[in-house]
Ligand binder design. Sequence first.
Ligand code: GLC
Ligand code: CA
Length: 551
Amino acid sequence: MPTIASDATWWRQAAVYQIYPRSFADSNGDGIGDLKGITAKIPYLVELGIDAVWLSPFYPSALADGGYDVDDYRNVDPRIGTLEDFDEMSAALHAAGIKIIVDIVPNHTSDRHEWFQEALASPKGSAARERYIFRDGKGENGELPPNSWGSIFGGGAWEQITEPDGAPGQWYFHFFAKEQPDLNWDNPEVHEDFLKTLRFWADRGVSGFRVDVAHMLKKNLDPAYDALRTLMFGEASVFHDGQHPLFDRDEVHEIFADWRKVFNEYNPPRTAVAEAWVPAHRRARYASPEGLGQAFNFDLLQADFDAAQFRKIIADNLAFAAESGTSSTWVFSNHDVIRHATRYALPGNAAKAGAQWLLDGGDPAALDIPRGLRRAKAATLLMLALPGSAYLYQGEELGLQEAGQIPSEQRQDPTFFRTQGEQIGRDGCRVPLPWEPDGTSFGFGPAGAHLPQPEWFAHYAASVEEKDPASTLAFYRRALALRHELQGAETLVWEQASDDSVLHFVRPGGWHVVANFGSAPVALPAGEVLLVSADVEDGKLLGEATAWIRA
Ligand code: GLC
Ligand code: CA
């Protein structure tokens, strides 16, 4: 049985498993995963050997953006359960030694949130409107948006409202879907309310928070910036001095300094991880002990399966984390990206090739699935040996592939609709999990599933993999159990590798990690082979494989 650190530093090298609640396990047959479903699967989580679960939003929501459009931050969506179900799940997880991280979505509420409804019903200039970002339109009658900024999900970033008297009215800013109006973080009431939300969940035994788009809360919508046409994540690079009108502004850290004070009211202090799409050198302030404590590092997720890229990313991020007195995070898959077993099953740049594959119809026949899985396991075994916390996404432990072929009419991601299908969106990694090889929803629940599961999901069923010592699930279990045993100080020493396509490092206690990104077999250092992601032949590690060795 894995043991978990109960001290204030438990998160520093934790293995955190992300649950997308609607797609994990459905207890009552309405096709939607729920909290009781999670509770029922705790034995599975214990066997897997994780330290914490991170739950994507389970709050009341119209699901315009998969729950990232929150109606009420201090409640549970009735389709997912009740606060009592949450307490029951929390008690059972804690009894099993698993901590809980919840998702906090502070950049925007849903348009059904009582604040937004109040803003719509209140006049221009009212206090209710001041909680959001309202502006008058341009043109003779205000019929044009205040500026030409675009939403990351496609289309414009402004939506016009109808005033309470029926006249065409002001416009509000929404960087995401129009159902996700951005909050005005210059308003102290907004700030106070989120402190209340943090305390609400911390009081309920939550150990940490994943902070959605943490880098966007503070904005400067001065019309002086209006001329900047598109303001997409990637194009923000021109502004990495903390002065971009929307992203990564220096003042955002004033918010998190106050959150930290709340976290430190608890024993052990609550922790948080920022989802901040900023370059590595700007990550330190989000991750600092005076701020949220940790920040996601998406560098490996965006990299190719390439030794030199991996090595640089690992070295840089360990250095940045050390600089800010924290530990790094590592992640290959989450609810926003194409599953890594699928990205790696494509030739060329993993991320770009994945997007193109989806556009081309997402046909599994176009994938080299054995290769994708081989590389995914090699990369994961490397990641699980790194100092810092490892974030795993539900289903990756089964080697699950992206479901690329969802019929348009069954898609849910606003990205798909707002771009008229030019971007396929993220539904393919959010398809409910296969627990059994048969049944109406492969054991996801007693009835159907809210997104269609392809036939081939049967091959990845947890119940089948549980019985197979050669399965991906068995491999993850073994890796996580060993990680617990082997993990010591957060240091790593690089060894000279035999070849440019090989990485070799040692963790304290003689834990050697050799990752072969090339295709030719390579010699392994002397010692006991603890785990390999593929076979060892004649004492050599095969191509696209990682080995853990105790020397
Ligand atoms: C984050 C979430 C993503 C969501 C967006 C808006 O990037 O991970 O799923 O769509 O924020 O809340
Ligand atoms: Ca359900």
